[in-house]
Design a binder for this molecule. Sequence first.
Ligand code: UFG
Length: 332
Amino acid sequence: MPSMTVLVTGGAGFVGSHFVRAACESGRHVVILDDLSGLGLSDADSLLTLPLPSGATFVRGDIGDGALIRKLCKEHAVESVVHFAGKIQVGESVRRPELYFDVNFARSLRLLDALREAAVRDVVFSSTAAVYGVPQEVPISESAPTVPVNPYGCSKLAFEWALDSYARAHGLRFAALRYFNASGAHPDGTLAERHEPETHLLPLVIDAARGSRPPLMVFGHDYPTPDGTCVRDYVHVCDLATAHLRAIDKLAQGHSLGPLNLGTGHGYSVKEVLQAAQDVLGAPIPHVVGPKRDGDPPVLVADCRAAQRHLDWQPVRSELATLLEDAVRSRW
Ligand code: UFG
């Protein structure tokens, strides 16, 4: 395949860094644009000293800097963009909606305008199951009502609408990939899930087992689910990376894809995750049961048949035990 350059915003983040690795391994050139704001200071420092995969260039900067975007597109002959950069904490979005609408919508729109000026028309967007809010039916298909229940989901959905409108008016081609629970890590153990602060279940479970954080607090035990704890659809970050590569190829072939769910179609409760982690680690996971977290829907499971069909994609590392083994290897 001829080499093509992909601009990857947020390429230093969890899903972004796995995508960068996969894209470089498949012979693409990648320009990473990241302001490193999603990482703690020491992680940001250590990332800057790590060797990049061959074929990757790193630029520290802001997605809302139109002049920078146009310059990068021109200098690197960018053909497509994968837009991962964004704010991702539901709780923070409730307290500081202005931040979420600024980064996930306003700055992202400036990115889109700069791409239009640079005549780059293929965009793969990192969206989220949070656009569905509390679903009426599970598994959730792309045609389910989009009624987000927090500013995070609203800001992501607003940008999906912008993409759709630009596609109709300006010939943009896009995929809005709605992730369910991105988790796991590269099997070689060199890339890990790191958020600052960490709020995601799997890293917190592993850190509780290692003793580097307090016991896990299980958020609620009287949900209308078989064991009373929330059910989620955990999808391996390497499977997500592959789906993005497929999406770029499909867009380049002239297909605009629109929204697609990325999950496995299978859900696991928090208790089942704890049990699976205990099986992998061979020791009980310290945990306590606490109150529900605001805005947690009881069950989120994807109907992912559209992604399987349109992207010719199947998750291959998303078995819960594999996910946990990979996540443990990257954090231990
Ligand atoms: N959980 C706990 N204790 C914790 C952390 C999480 O019990 O300390 C539970 C949550 O209540 C939830 C499950 O573990 O039931 C998974 O929680 P995560 O925070 O790991 O993930 P979410 O399902 O809340 O969030 C994910 C994505 C979001 C996205 C959301 C869609 O990370 O970006 O799905 O609603 F918005």
